[in-house]
Design a protein around this ligand. Structure first.
Ligand code: PRT
Ligand code: ZN
Length: 285
């Protein structure tokens, strides 16, 4: 039987979220703390636990068919892999930062300076696109301490909350790239594996779509239903059922999390009452 081989990070920021994504797709896998690979339950999937930096190479070589890794690593490694889709977690950005006390007037001031980074390829591309020539100092960890020990004038590092930069006396001045976890695949998978990948992507989409939506139930006077239906188009159109109370209906629909509070406010203004909002586990359109 064909098995899809998936590479995920063995231990780090992506590990737990990768395993949780699989679980929400109905696929049980163990964590990789004590092993190199494991077979999943309920799906023909074998999981390889690797360092995140190695995942693009393994997927390009076909040792793994697919992988979950940060977009930043995919771009930096420049391996022949296909990005199947963004996964919506481990969001961060790769940014340039300088000493807090320096004034910043634009990327041109980095010309001739030393910039420490673990992402020399991406940084080099960025500087070239800006026409700035600087010296790139490649280091593999603790990039943020480079200016204070005199190793570099600036850094180009992953930022999430910004607190690491701040505690090291640095300030973020440019976003070089935005990143999140992505699903990558070996180009031109054989059709049986491509078929399994399609099934997995179908499940991931159902889970991720559900996460971005809420199920909403409310009561409203019948003369407000046109306006309320306009505010809650749902997946097709809302379900409207009469209440026992004369002249009132119950409306059920699906709404987007992004515009949640604006929609709720508009519904209240339109006359909705008894609004209930509940999470959706899976959403198939
Ligand atoms: O051991 P292995 O090589 O597998 O792991 P790793 O140490 O190289 O990677 P890991 O686990 O740190 O990160 C894996 C991926 O998570 C990265 O490639 C990014 O795509 C993503 N990610 C999301 C982050 C962060 N957020 C993040 N905050 N990666 C790193 N950081 C670090 C950053 O380097 C800096 O030191 O966290 C610090 C900044 O965080 P803030 O919140 O203080 O700004
Ligand atoms: Zn790494």
């Amino acid at each position: 039987m064909t098995t899809l081989k998936l590479a995920i990070q063995k231990s780090g920021r992506l590990s737990e979220k990768s395993i949780r994504l699989l679980q929400s797709c109905g696929i049980q896998v163990s964590n990789g703390t004590s092993r190199l690979k494991a077979a999943a339950d309920n799906f023909p999937l074998e999981v390889l636990y690797l360092r995140d930096d190695d995942i693009p190479q393994y997927v390009a070589d076909g040792v793994a068919d697919i992988g979950i890794v940060g977009e930043n690593v995919v771009t930096e490694k420049q391996k022949a892999v296909t990005t199947v889709e963004p996964l919506g977690f481990s969001k961060c950005r790769l940014s340039l930062a300088i000493r807090r006390e320096e004034t910043y007037q634009g990327v041109a001031q980095l010309a001739g300076k030393k910039i420490a980074t673990s992402y020399p390829v991406i940084l080099n591309q960025y500087l070239q696109s800006k026409g700035v020539s600087a010296q790139i100092e490649e280091i593999s960890g603790s990039v943020e301490i480079a200016p204070s020990i005199g190793l570099a004038d600036a850094v180009c590092d992953i930022v999430s909350t910004g607190s690491t930069l701040m505690t090291n006396g640095l300030k973020e001045v440019e976003t070089v790239m935005k990143s999140q976890a992505v699903l990558i695949a070996t180009p031109n998978l054989p059709s049986e594996k491509a078929n399994l990948l399609d099934q997995l992507v179908f499940r991931i989409n159902a889970v991720n779509r559900a996460r971005k939506h809420k199920y909403i139930l409310l009561n409203a006077p019948n003369d407000t239903l046109a306006e309320i239906s306009r505010l809650l188009p749902g997946m097709n159109s809302p379900t409207v059922t009469p209440l026992a109370r004369e002249g009132w209906s119950s409306v059920h629909s699906v709404m987007e999390e992004d515009s949640f509070w604006e929609t709720i406010e508009a519904l209240r203004q339109a006359g909705a009452e008894g609004i209930l909002v509940v999470p959706i586990e899976k959403m198939i359109v």
